[in-house]
Write a protein that binds this ligand. Structure first.
Ligand code: GDP
Length: 465
């Protein structure tokens, strides 16, 4: 039997709001077993939650303070340290009605737990050393992943592929520091020059490795957040037909993500594993009904926001003034030009457009009706997203700005360090810069990071995770 201790035990509903087959209330903390035991009664007589074997699923009833049966449920205790948070965790699996799970949560709170903050379970997993910060962040990425490639990346991060890479660089840096410090301590040993030369080589290698990793940011960010895509073209050019063809291919899962501002008019299409985040799908569909003129201002705003521009021109008709207006808007831009309605006799061809468009564009002829050219479009998008990163394991991609900025800062410190060495300055100065790089890399894993930043990261999580 464990003793009741006055410690912070948290509880939350872990399943999404609404009705479902099963609802889960999760309790974590020293007293998780005590709390659950107050309202969970195992079917087997006198079988206290505190006596459950770890990870044993026990069938029983949820009973409120007045003795009323709330629901039948399964209760699973995962005793420390073999749990998600490394603390005592009890999970109650009840029927998934929203009232039921709220009643169970209420019972947990009435019996000494407090409501968990967003991400607090994962934060505890991090603080208790089960995950590093980069792995903890990947938990959220797994939840929000919209395509297989995004999921593979997030799962690779959770497995620690990226963290291991960062830790290995930090380890090398510590060795450099140790060598340099040894040469400071024993100057008479004449190891000074050797130490400096070795340091220079190693620092250069780490700096190059960081550059390689930073190159993955473009792909990593897109796999995580989606490729912001603007589809533009005059009315009736085939925008909504294309959109439907893309979405029908394999409709990406759309979720509401707390803590991030998402335009409700966006939809995700899964294009060869790339989550295409299409801006203003409602607007595109609306023009279909109203056949309204596209507002120039609106289009300019899309183009500025977009990572990818898909510009549509109806190949079955001669270019109109509206097309020319769009061509003017596309000046000096980059993207993919789609000549639509390939199944109809052509009135314009690629060359006509190439002569008019000043920018960096690929040209593809498509027919949304026949699904012709869509494969080519997919290949073009995938190669654009993976450019320079083909063959790289997705688990090693940098996928968020905080990590990318820490890597950039570390790289800068290493560059300064190389300058210091090349200027022939003393070891002490070199050590200062290498140490700063070491600290910056530690911000990624969470070894050297402020509490405020940690709080801010976890506050973006959902409650119950
Ligand atoms: P939007 O106004 O740009 O969204 O254009 P829509 O997608 O609504 O298409 C306008 C018209 O063109 C509709 O009648 C579509 O059926 C037709 N359309 C769209 N794509 C194709 C295509 O690939 N081939 C043919 N023949 N017609 C198409």
């Amino acid at each position: 039997m464990r003793d009741f201790v006055d410690n912070d035990t948290i509880a939350a509903i872990a399943t999404p709001p609404g009705d479902g087959g099963i609802g889960i209330v999760r309790i974590s903390g020293e007293n998780a077993g005590f709390v659950a035991d107050k309202f969970f009664k195992a079917a087997k007589k006198d079988f206290s939650v505190l006596d459950f074997r770890t990870h044993q699923a026990v069938y029983g009833k949820i009973i409120d303070d007045k003795g009323n049966i709330i629901d039948e449920a399964l209760c699973i205790a995962m005793w420390a340290p073999n749990s998600y948070t490394k603390e005592n965790v009890v999970e109650i699996q009840s029927h998934g009605g929203s009232l039921v799970v709220h009643r169970i949560l209420e019972l947990a709170i009435n019996h000494g737990a407090r409501l968990a903050q967003p991400g607090e379970f994962t934060k505890r997993a991090f603080l208790n050393g089960r995950l590093d910060l980069s792995q903890a962040q990947s938990v959220m990425d797994i939840i929000q992943a919209r395509t297989d490639a995004s999921l593979r990346m997030a799962a690779g991060h959770l497995q620690g592929a990226f963290s291991a890479e960062i830790q290995s660089m930090r380890h090398s840096i510590l060795e450099i520091i140790a060598h340099l410090e040894a040469s400071i301590d024993f100057p008479e040993d004449d190891i000074e020059d050797v130490a400096k030369q070795e340091a220079e080589e190693k620092i250069d290698a780490i700096k190059n490795r960081i550059s390689e990793i930073l190159k993955t940011f473009h792909t990593g960010r897109i796999l995580r957040d989606g490729l912001m895509t603007a589809i533009i073209g005059k009315p009736n050019v085939g925008k909504s037909s294309l959109l439907n063809a893309l979405l029908r291919e394999e409709r990406a899962i759309v979720t509401d993500i707390p803590g991030t501002t998402r335009d409700s008019l966006e939809e995700y299409a899964n294009i060869g594993g790339v989550p295409l985040r299409i801006i203003d799908t409602a607007g595109i569909r609306e023009t279909h009904d109203k056949v309204e003129q596209i507002g120039v201002e609106k289009s300019v705003a899309y183009l500025q926001k977009a990572d990818l521009i898909l510009a549509l021109f109806d190949a079955s008709r001669p270019l109109s003034q509206e097309d020319l207006d769009i061509i003017a808007m596309l000046k000096n831009k980059k993207g993919i030009v789609l000549l639509t309605k390939k199944d109809l006799p052509a009135q314009i061809d690629t060359e006509d457009l190439q002569n008019l468009l000043q920018g960096d564009f690929k040209y593809i002829r498509i027919s949304s009706i026949n699904k012709d050219g869509l494969k080519e479009l997919e290949e073009e998008i995938v190669s654009h997203v993976y450019s320079g990163n083909a063959g790289q394991a997705e688990g090693c991609f940098v996928n968020n700005l905080r990590q990318a900025e820490a890597l950039q800062a570390a790289q800068k410190h290493l560059e300064e360090c190389l300058n210091t060495i090349r200027m022939g300055m003393a070891e002490d100065f070199i050590v200062i810069d290498v140490r700063s790089a070491w600290e910056k890399l530690g911000e990624i894993t969470g070894d050297t990071v402020d509490e405020d930043i940690i709080d801010q990261i976890f506050s973006q999580f959902c409650i119950g995770k």
